[in-house]
Design a protein around this ligand. Structure first.
Ligand code: C2O
Length: 633
């Protein structure tokens, strides 16, 4: 588990920061450079200020103002975000092909918002590269671990992996970590389309930079494509100025009263402004006063599909664009009938596509706002500005900051962390849930456990990843009789008792495909974005207080169309404080599937359950040799 992960030693940094920054620079001298806004397209590479020589160019608020016009090169470790602009000429109906990708995981120092820290990179860059494919394609992804101390594993968030559970990338469940210096090939076919992402599923590692967008196309999106002219990925996330293991150790330390680490900043496509003067000279921080806003440089009078992905660790955001409403057309890979919103709440690991039309006045630029819902934090941060901003520009001048005519929506903000109301999101392709055949109630809470450490409990179990084996390998060997013991003890509908006490595993579809309801019940004051691996589930009901069993058995379980027809399907939903949700999935996917809170701190505190599906098929499945080998290396 995470506690054995060491923070990066300083000497591991492959290269020193560029010399043109200054230590703890206070704002003042400002020259802003607009980078690579060629073609007027794509999320701009940022309005950036560096140590220039125009002391008059700062706004009354102290925010940096654009001024210069020269072009500067990106730091080597920054991904050229122009690759997050999708090519509308992509052939969504092309015959299936095999696509090869290489992801090299490495460590070093970077300063996404100007504050230098140890972080992790993919192919030397942050954030990770776009992986784009068509439904039916095979993805062959060679992951090489160049970390010095820690293992890694890459999860394809939202991808079904039907028949390839061992490539789901979940440490301790579907694979052992890829050791330092080793490579491992993920090889699977994508049978779905929409907006997904990939990220490390080893401890809190993705929080340090190991993630990227994953977009799958299909002929089924042809109608939706009539709703927009351009297609753009926008990653929104919280960001910490310390390595995740430092925060994790603090969080899991005794007597911490479940107080999650509060983020220091937000990032939009891996970049944001930070006011270096917030750190005093004795803070020990190196801060380059050279990062400001990302710029989304757009064409006027066009429709842009923004594919929002919350790649953060803890914070929910409300996303909005001044003076522009957004039309939501997708939630977690499921196309929905267009729904207009002013503010779009997006919790950790969720995705939405929202169409932005560039048809307001062209005489100014506009703020894009990602507001952290700070009500969900139990602590505070002295340096956090909860509003992360970027600039939307179709004025013809991407170097000016928005004027006063860029106005935030006056709609009230969220006071608890919650999802956009599901009843407003109606799937474009109707797919009503079949009647349920079984129901599992899963209660979770946080408690002071042994040794007074804060830990999460799922039906009383505190999850911790298995070491040197996985629940998948244990189950396959147990079911097939390869392991000693009674194979029938494994093939159960119900809690599988053959695992160690830190694994809460529910067996479903032991003999035939079942339709499973989960009543997920929170006994905690926090909000929890829960993700089920390998499936999309229907959200049938949400509420707080007692659950209405009468209504459940009469209307919901048998799928009375008046109650559950065409309910929203997705793969990540928020459970509100002391509230519950009833979700349904078809357990037709053989394997061990995690159901967990996606807040990295909570998963590491143990907030994870598993479903073991299709024991009848698992019994006959062969875990590939290279997957088994990871557990003995
Ligand atoms: Cu986004 Cu268990 O994962």
């Amino acid at each position: 588990m995470a506690a054995d992960q060491a923070p990066l030693a300083k000497e591991l940094s492959p290269k020193p920061p560029r010399p043109r920054g200054r230590l703890l620079v206070v704002s003042g001298a400002v020259t802003v450079v607009v980078l690579a806004l060629a073609l007027g397209l794509g999320l701009g590479l940022g309005l950036r200020k560096n140590g220039g020589s125009n002391p008059s160019a700062s706004s009354p608020t102290g925010e940096p103002l654009p001024g210069g016009g020269s072009t500067t090169k990106l730091e080597d470790w920054r991904l050229d975000i122009r690759q997050y602009t999708l090519d509308m000429k992509w052939d969504i109906s092309a015959p299936p092909v095999t696509r090869h990708f290489d992801l090299i995981i490495s460590e070093g120092q970077g300063w996404p918002d100007g504050v230098v820290r140890d972080m992790l990179f993919i192919n030397g860059k942050f954030p990770g590269p776009l992986i784009e494919a068509n439904m039916g394609d095979r993805l062959v992804v060679n992951v090489t671990n160049q970390l010095t101390k820690n293992a890694t594993a890459i999860h394809w968030h939202g991808i079904f992996q039907n028949g390839t559970n061992w490539y789901d990338g979940t440490t301790g469940i579907t694979q052992c970590g890829i050791p330092p210096g080793k490579s491992f090939v993920y090889n699977f076919t994508v049978e779905q389309f929409g907006t997904y992402w990939y990220h490390s599923h080893y401890s809190t590692q993705y929080s340090d930079g190991i993630f990227g967008p994953l977009v799958i196309h299909a002929p089924e999106e042809a109608n939706a494509r009539n709703l927009y002219d351009h297609d753009q990925i926008v990653l929104v996330q919280d960001w910490y100025h310390d390595f995740s293991t430092v925060n994790l150790d603090t969080y899991l330390a005794p007597d911490n009263e479940n107080s999650e680490p509060v983020p220091d900043n937000g990032l939009i496509n891996g970049m944001a402004y930070f006011n270096c003067s917030l750190y005093g000279a004795d803070s020990g921080r190196i801060c380059y006063d050279n990062n400001t806003y990302s710029v989304l440089s757009l064409e006027a009078d066009k429709r842009y599909r923004l594919r929002l992905i919350n790649t953060g660790s803890f914070a929910e955001f409300e996303f909005s664009v001044d003076n522009h409403s957004l039309s939501v057309i997708e939630a977690d890979g499921v196309l929905v009938h267009p729904q207009s919103v002013h503010r779009l709440p997006i919790h950790v690991a969720q995705r939405y596509s929202a169409v932005l039309t560039t048809n307001a006045s062209h005489s100014t630029n506009y703020w894009l706002r990602a507001e952290m819902v700070t009500f969900c934090f139990t602590g505070t941060s002295p340096v956090l500005d909860p509003t992360t901003k970027a600039v939307i520009s179709y004025s013809g001048n991407a170097t000016i900051l928005p004027s006063e005519s860029s106005v935030d929506w006056s709609d009230p903000r969220l006071t608890i962390c919650q999802d956009l109301d599901e009843s407003k999101l109606v799937p474009a392709v109707e797919k009503s849930p079949p009647p349920a055949t079984t129901l599992w109630r899963i209660d979770f809470s946080f408690g002071i456990g042994d040794h007074q450490l804060d830990r999460a409990k799922v039906n009383g179990t505190i999850w911790s990843p298995l070491i040197n084996t996985t629940t998948l390998i244990s189950a396959v060997d147990g079911l097939s009789g390869k392991a000693n013991g009674n194979a029938s003890a494994w093939a159960v509908d119900g809690q599988v008792s053959s695992f160690s006490a830190d694994q809460f595993v529910v067996g479903v579809s032991a003999e035939a495909v079942e339709v499973v309801d989960i009543l997920l019940y929170s006994l905690d004051e926090g909000s929890h974005p829960f993700h089920l691996h390998g499936h999309q589930f229907w959200i049938l009901q949400k509420g707080s207080g007692p659950f209405d069993w009468g209504n459940y058995y009469t209307n919901i379980k048998p799928s009375d169309p008046r109650t559950v027809a065409n309910a929203l399907r997705r793969d990540t939903l928020t459970i509100e404080p002391y509230a519950w949700a009833l979700i349904r999935f078809v357990a037709d996917n053989p394997g061990l599937w995690a159901l967990h809170c996606h807040i990295t701190w909570h998963m590491e505190a143990g907030l994870l359950a598993q479903f073991m599906s299709r024991a009848d098929v698992l019994r006959t499945m062969e875990v590939p040799r290279d997957v088994r080998a990871l557990c003995s290396s």
